[in-house]
Write a protein that binds this ligand. Structure first.
Ligand code: ZLS
Ligand code: CA
Ligand code: ZN
Length: 370
């Protein structure tokens, strides 16, 4: 049984926006998760927090002031889906939309609220499923991410913690977060991601492992299509264990992008949501103060299933496979269950290639000193 003090940060305003008519990023998935978590009766077991939006000053700690001014200025008049008329935003992936500033500020505000709870020792684990926007850069939006809530939360944690570990199991490389902390040894970034053939964002090779004092503190784990639970969990546990041993962090930030789960609209991994959640369970076993964030995830019902299961994992609860009644899932058999099974598909990762990745990453970690 868990004895962790858990806080759940929820900003309803962050989930009410639409990036464009056809955009795969659907903020509503956070409301779906919220309703399932509520209907599984988990709320009495956590402190529910309604965060404030980030202030302009807080946003400008992680972004170029001109970029934030620009987001604020265009935000009220932007038309749905006219992204390519604007600079700083990457065409189709990051369209300008009405409320883009408020949307970004509320996500960042929620992740900062998590960091503050951790800093004051009020919670051991703090959740923000709307967060995890790992591609946003100092001066530009990228990959569906407008403001980097993760970098903002890590900066806050660094005020009270000597070393912060960042672990990213989103399907995509956590390039934005890596870039913010690429030259420091106070943050270790560890991303597992689909890599090769220019798969977005194209960065995250093993050999790119940091610069200056940050050399060997940016850890990348490139993977191919079809990876299964056994291979992923094997790599995750062994790499995290080694990283924890070498780096001895005082706080942990988990990016739980659910696009690495089987059946994702943009992904082709074969992880079940139980496998995905077991990575979180393993990370929590280090008993560090931890922020748990969302991220990608484009088959929205699977995202809600995964983050609901993970909320239960944090609370140390077992959930019934039968989903409780809710307003998003219908009555079809495939809509009635929580657990997502693997599928039969080709797997381009061999056990040999997995062992090779582990060996190369271990070589880098073995060079780190604290
Ligand atoms: O990690 O692959 C790309 C860039 C492009 C190809 C797609 N076109 C539209 C733009 C240029 C090279 N972008 C990726 C971004 C993936 C971001 C992942 C975010 C995260 O999960 C964290 C939250 C991409 N893959 C798929 C799309 N973009 C994409 C698919 C469908 C659409 C609709 C809306 C927009 C245009 C049509 C779009 C993008
Ligand atoms: Ca990742
Ligand atoms: Zn992703």
């Amino acid at each position: 049984m868990t004895t962790k003090k858990v806080a759940y940060c929820f900003a309803p305003d962050a989930s009410s926006y639409q990036l464009s008519e056809t955009h795969p990023m659907v903020p509503e998935r956070v409301n779906m998760t919220h309703e399932l978590v509520q209907n599984y009766r988990m709320f009495p077991r956590m402190t529910i927090i309604k965060p404030h939006p980030a202030t302009e000053e807080q946003l400008k700690r992680v972004h170029l002031p001109g970029y934030i001014d620009y987001l604020k200025k265009v935000s009220p008049i932007a038309t749905l889906g006219l992204g390519d008329l604007y600079p700083c935003l990457q065409a189709d992936d990051c369209p300008m939309f009405t409320g883009v500033y408020d949307y970004s500020a509320s996500i960042v505000g929620a992740s900062i609220a998590c960091a503050n709870r951790i800093n004051h020792g009020r919670s051991n684990v703090c959740i923000n499923w709307a967060g995890g926007m790992h591609h946003a850069k100092r001066r530009v939006a990228s990959g569906f991410c407008y403001a980097n809530d993760i970098a903002a939360a890590i900066l806050e944690l660094l005020m009270c913690h000597r070393r912060v570990m960042y672990v990213d199991i989103d399907l995509h490389h956590g390039d934005g977060v890596e870039e913010y902390f690429y030259n420091t040894n106070r943050v270790m970034t560890l991303s597992f991601h689909r890599f090769g053939n220019n798969f977005f964002p194209g960065t995250g090779a093993i050999k790119n492992s940091g610069v200056g004092p940050g050399k060997d503190y940016a850890i990348n784990v490139p993977l191919q299509k079809g990876i299964d639970d056994d291979q992923y969990i094997y790599l995750f546990k062994n790499i995290l264990n080694k990283a924890m041993e070498r780096f001895q962090p005082e706080a942990l930030v988990m990016q739980m992008g659910a696009d690495s789960v089987v059946g994702d609209l943009l992904g082709d991994f074969n992880l079940t949501n139980k496998g995905h959640a077991s990575c979180l369970e393993n990370a929590l076993s280090y008993n560090l103060p931890t922020i748990v964030l969302g991220g990608g995830g484009y088959s929205v019902k699977n995202v809600a299933r995964t983050w609901t299961l993970e909320t239960a994992t944090i609370l140390g609860l077992e959930l019934d496979n039968q989903l409780p009644t809710n307003s998003y899932f219908g009555h079809l058999p495939e809509d009635s269950t929580l657990y997502i099974p693997p599928v039969k598909m080709s797997n381009s990762n061999t056990n040999k290639s997995i062992r090779k990745v582990l060996r190369k990453v271990t070589e880098i970690l073995d060079r780190t000193e604290i």
